[in-house]
Design a protein around this ligand. Sequence first.
Ligand SMILES: Cc1cc2nc3c(=O)[nH]c(=O)nc-3n(C[C@H](O)[C@H](O)[C@H](O)COP(=O)(O)OP(=O)(O)OC[C@H]3O[C@@H](n4cnc5c(N)ncnc54)[C@H](O)[C@@H]3O)c2cc1C
Length: 281
Amino acid sequence: MRDKDSLYLAAGDSAKDLIEEHALRQRAGLPGAFLDHRMLLSEYEISRAGALLSPGSADADPMQLASGLLKVAVGRGARLFEGEATAFDSAAHSVGVQMKDGYTIEARHVVLATGYVMPEIVKATVQKPSSSWAIATRPQPDNIWRDAALIWEDSKDYLYARSTKAGRIIIGGEDSDEIIEPEARDALIADKADALTKRLAALWPRAKLDIEFRWAGTFDTTSDGLPLIGPVPDHSGVYAAYGYGGNGITFSYMAAQLICGAIAGQHSPLLEDFALDRDGT
Ligand SMILES: Cc1cc2nc3c(=O)[nH]c(=O)nc-3n(C[C@H](O)[C@H](O)[C@H](O)COP(=O)(O)OP(=O)(O)OC[C@H]3O[C@@H](n4cnc5c(N)ncnc54)[C@H](O)[C@@H]3O)c2cc1C
């Protein structure tokens, strides 16, 4: 895990929206600075109308992070099973989880966290899956922008750029909420990788466009931008955590806090904002 600043770039010709966003963040007490075109160019060598620079972000290798967390859980007594859950049966004091291989797992509380594929018992209407494409260059550690800040853009389907410890540049975006099926999504990898390579060249002309990896993934978004976290209505003992959008790290942490709290009998007003059966209109 590496502490990082984040750089939120203006997507169009004007930085007007970013100046408004900066004022809102200041009013909410959030730290950060507005960089105009000239400051952004001189400090980051990036040519955009402006940017918001914020402290307090971080990046990590997600595979290492996930396996590290699982190791800690196992160290504390968790048991891991690989398998596909097919049905859930809530009784008065326990929940039965039916597995595809014929076994049933019984637990006092069950937390669903199956990504963009929701089991039928979750009836959320605000949920919407979205696909995203990404590429990674070969390592070029001498060629990374200042402080390897986490770059993203002020637009709905934003472009983002990251680096890895070895100095690869990762750039992603080109999202679509229409192409979700894995086959159709993956068939677009070559075209989307070309588009992303062009966008990398425009964003960071110093980059060597030597692309080693290209991939696609699907994740869950919601129509109101808030996650779906909390008890599953009409299924006592079952909780769910979905709809993180591009904020998997932030919302998954909140989900862990809120669901542990709910199981322990604490109520947070956030559970109303994140309710699975809310009307997102
Ligand atoms: C290309 C891309 C880039 C992203 N970049 C970022 C980023 O920079 N920062 C950020 O914070 N977020 C990012 N996200 C979003 C983030 O990846 C997701 O929010 C996060 O992975 C969701 O975590 P999850 O554990 O809820 O679901 P997932 O990671 O989707 O995991 C769900 C798991 O459940 C399993 N599963 C599904 N159904 C069943 C079943 N019936 N039985 C058993 N298992 C089942 C699946 O196989 C899967 O392993 C990105 C997403 C994509 C696609």
